[in-house]
Design a protein. Structure first.
Length: 261
């Protein structure tokens, strides 16, 4: 009888002891870092250096130029974005002869736009895009320019938003023109791991603009379609400016991404 009375007490002590010592307890497991932080790596977080990676390679006959006085065109057909904290303009010129076929330019996932102004964020594109750049269809004179806009996530949380000094009609768009003269394809291991998780979600394609001015109003309500993009941005900052991505946050992200496959 005494033996039978002692057994439940011993079992209780064993279970509670194991629970305390279990390295895989749910609350601890969720806090496990699954993607290491890149905070302090070149070009990320508080670093002022140039990001790690290779310069964007362009096909023969294609070059990138500035169009300082060319206003932002909100035509969504010109927007290539699966992230949308801000847009950068890229202006392509095709120097091949008139009558030659258009050239396809590949912008790979992991493309980082390097800001020329150090208090503005560098940007990260999370998807691959193919841009068609036709040649100029006339002889003589200047060359035609193909301008597109690439949606970017931010990789320097403590820097200013790239669109903060927009004026006039461009104030209501998250565009940062003429600020990104250099593009690098990241080789940062942690960002590459995250990009691998994000690929294959065509539903993330941005089909609407958001207004940075309205977003600063007290009564602003984040549109439903923006919420997944905000979550992706927070995860990126966890890697570039924080302590890395936890299993709990990764699991939540992957669950929320399912409708976008």
């Amino acid at each position: 009888m005494i033996k039978n009375l002692l057994y439940p007490a011993a079992l209780f002590l064993l279970l509670t002891s194991c629970e305390k010592d279990d390295p895989f307890a749910p609350e601890q497991h969720d806090q496990k870092i699954v993607i290491s932080p890149s905070n302090g790596n070149p070009g990320l977080g508080d670093s002022q250096e140039e990001p790690l990676g290779a310069a964007l390679t362009l096909p023969q006959g294609i070059r990138i130029v500035e169009r300082k006085y060319h206003p932002f065109d909100p035509d969504l057909r010109k927007l290539y974005a699966h992230a949308n904290f801000f847009y950068v303009d890229i202006n392509f010129v095709n120097d091949r002869m008139p009558g030659t076929p258009p050239v396809t330019v590949e912008l790979p996932a992991g493309l980082i736009g390097v800001s020329r102004i150090h208090d503005k964020q560098n940007g990260l594109s999370i998807e691959k895009y193919l841009i068609t750049v036709p040649p100029t269809e006339r002889y003589g004179g200047g060359r035609d320019t193909t301008t597109v806009y690439i949606g970017m996530a931010c990789v320097n949380k403590n820097r200013s938003m790239p669109w903060y000094d927009n004026i006039g009609p461009e104030q209501v768009f998250p565009i940062s023109r003429n600020n990104y003269p250099k593009f690098i394809v990241t080789s940062d291991p942690s960002l590459l791991k995250l990009l691998d998780l994000l690929k294959g979600h065509p539903g993330l394609k941005v089909n609407a603009h958001w207004d940075p001015v309205a977003a600063h109003e007290e009564d602003y309500v984040v549109p439903q379609w923006m919420k997944i993009h905000n979550q992706i941005q927070d995860v990126i900052w966890d890697i570039t400016d924080g302590f890395g991505l936890t299993l709990g946050k990764m699991t939540e992200l992957m669950q929320n991404l399912k409708p976008y496959r």
